[in-house]
Design a binder for this molecule. Structure first.
Ligand SMILES: *[C@@H]1O[C@H](CO)[C@@H](O)[C@H](O)[C@H]1NC(C)=O
Ligand SMILES: *[C@@H]1O[C@H](CO)[C@@H](O)[C@H](O)[C@H]1NC(C)=O
Length: 565
């Protein structure tokens, strides 16, 4: 009897005071399956942030480049490392104590097939299992409690140039994954597996080889080696049971192999479907419901893979369910989620390859000066195209805060020269046919942009010394967190863009942060570990400088309020 009374008074106490005992997970890369990267936690807010300090840290092996957003489920944090991943860690999310560490035994001969970093962006969670995509083209399910392997399936032969670097999307009993390969002419599947057994449930091709409507958009047989790899994360809309995924550039980069030169008025004969597109797929069958192609007949490696942000925003005063994306090609797209119809497309960085996008047709209005053709084989310093193939934004995650109405974009201001050359398909080898040099915009090669998708303009932005700022997370506490390649990890006032907090890590930060709550205490976590391969792609003085700026790293940094402990 006494016990009952006691527990009742405890409950009353906890309701009246701080929410003792309340836990909030972060179970997917983007938190919600719509990749908003928004958290309704607000213990850490624009006022209390001055008391934010290190709660715990955990050194990870190997020291390399980390692009991983940790996930937290039921008090346990799961982390994937680079090089395979080499390891999957399970940590006590309150203390950092190691619960288990599993070596997946990924064969170490994948480097040649992983164009752009030997990284892993996160594990995923579902039904008591942790799912991990691998550089050897496999997908593994581990028991979340013990780390013991439950099943492993081969998604694709990585020796064709197709590695997996991004977390799968877990929808009910389905684990859905894409893979890389746009630089190797390999393609290009999105596939779903039974979360319990690993049995393949459906397979959908991003260049459906048996659909003449698609293959006719490629010159000759080029669709057979057309890339269009879905290498980043998917999103899911429960209401319509629809999965959204982006596809990469078509292969090779030299476009003249894939299509005829545009006509006199810029008409494009070969769009190269469904490359550089947003795809909406039926989650039950994998059937493509609609597509929207952002860069038809891509001639600049403007991947269309960036995460699809599912949100509801006011369009002409009416709440509208949209898919939003800061595309590599420099435009910020808002599409109607139901049918893919373009609502708006506006440049969020310096963008010269197209002047605008025609809303009625959805087609970019290109500036022909910036397209290589059979006649224009080189864009020199004079015709430098913006953005570069690194993109106005690359894989570093955007976030959306429904309270400020702003999308936070880790952006790049890079332009490139471009020279096409011959390319022959050779399985497992680069299939590019292009060379380039890059420069950064004076004073701001990197920029963190708060974009207003309703009024279609920048609300505020911060200039950064280096491109490729890390991904972001935004919270109900009116905050947005992100790191950069100087190794700084920042918090900004989400509404005004004032810097309110910063912390210096020992390496660069490119991974996206996340936040969670255990026993009523809110934590913010970010993994440090500089980027190196992309710095090589950027090249020149800027690339050199980035490589020298920070040492390789690998550490989970977790912060909480001093007063909250
Ligand atoms: C190809 O396009 C035609 C005409 O728009 C359409 O009727 C047909 O269903 C399409 N085929 C496929 C496989 O989608
Ligand atoms: C682009 O590739 C095609 C096919 O290999 C080739 O015919 C063409 O000459 C290439 N362009 C240049 C500028 O080398």
């Amino acid at each position: 009897m006494v016990v009952v009374v006691l527990s009742v008074s405890l409950v009353l106490y906890s309701c009246g005071k701080k929410k003792v005992g309340e836990n909030t997970d972060w179970a997917y890369y983007g938190n919600d399956l719509g990749n908003m990267r928004y958290s309704a936690l607000d213990q850490i807010n624009d006022k209390s942030i001055k008391d934010l300090s290190v709660a715990w840290q955990k050194d990870l092996e190997p020291k390399e480049a980390y692009e991983c957003t940790p996930i937290v489920v039921g008090g346990t944090m799961y982390v994937t490392t680079p090089l395979g991943p080499k390891y999957v860690y399970a940590l006590n999310a309150k203390t950092g104590e190691e619960l288990w560490k599993v070596d997946l035994g990924v064969p170490q001969d994948y480097a040649k097939y992983a164009c752009c970093g030997l990284v892993n962006r996160a594990p995923s969670y579902g039904n008591g299992k942790v799912f991990v995509g691998r550089l050897d083209g496999k997908l593994t399910a581990l028991d979340a409690k013990t780390g013991k392997e439950v099943w492993t399936v081969t998604v694709i032969d990585y020796k064709s140039g197709a590695v997996i670097t991004s977390p799968p999307l877990v929808v009910g009993n389905k684990v859905v994954t894409g893979h890389g390969g746009g630089e190797y002419g390999t393609g290009s599947r999105i596939s779903a597996y039974d979360s319990e057994t690993g049995k393949e449930l459906w397979l959908s091709y991003t260049v459906p080889q048996d659909d003449k409507n698609v293959t006719d958009t490629w010159k000759g047989e080029s669709f057979k080696t057309g890339g269009s790899a879905p290498w980043l994360v998917g999103s899911y809309d429960k209401e319509t049971n629809t999965i959204f995924w982006g596809t990469s550039n078509p292969s090779p980069w030299n476009a003249t192999l894939r299509g005829d030169d545009p006509g006199k008025n810029g008409e494009i004969t070969h769009k190269n479907l469904y490359s550089s597109s947003t795809l909406a797929l039926d989650a039950e069958t994998g059937k493509i419901k609609w597509h929207y192609q952002k860069t038809p007949f891509d001639a600049w490696d403007y991947d269309g893979v960036n995460e699809k942000l599912l949100a509801t925003i006011k369009i002409n005063g009416v709440d509208t369910k949209v898919v939003m994306e800061a595309d590599r090609n420099g435009f910020f797209y808002v599409n109607n989620r139901a049918d893919g119809k373009l609502i708006s497309a506006d440049p969020y960085v310096k963008t010269t390859w197209a002047k605008s996008v025609d809303i009625a047709t959805g087609m970019p209005v290109e500036d022909p000066m910036f397209r290589t053709t059979t006649k224009v084989k080189e864009l020199t310093d004079k015709e430098r195209v913006w953005p570069s193939f690194v993109g106005g934004k690359n894989w570093e995650a955007t976030s959306f805060n429904p309270n400020t109405g702003l999308v936070y974009i880790p952006a790049n201001n890079l332009g490139m020269t471009f020279k096409i050359s011959d390319a022959t398909y050779d399985r497992g080898n680069f299939y590019l046919g292009a060379g380039w040099t890059m420069i950064g915009e004076e004073g701001k090669p990197g920029e963190f942009i708060a974009w207003d998708p309703v009024n279609r303009k920048k609300a505020w932005s911060v200039n950064l010394k280096y491109p490729m700022p890390g991904g972001s997370v935004t919270t109900k506490g009116n905050l947005v967190f992100f790191g950069d390649l100087t190794g700084m990890f920042y918090a900004y006032n989400a509404m005004t863009g004032d810097k309110v907090w910063e912390y210096k890590t020992e390496s660069g930060v490119v991974a996206a942060p996340m936040t969670y709550q255990i026993d009523g205490v809110q934590y913010v976590a970010v993994i440090e570990g500089r980027m190196n391969v992309m710095a090589g792609f950027i090249g020149g003085e800027l690339g050199e400088e980035i490589l020298k700026a920070t040492p390789a790293g690998g550490k989970v940094n977790v912060f909480a309020l001093k007063t909250g402990k």
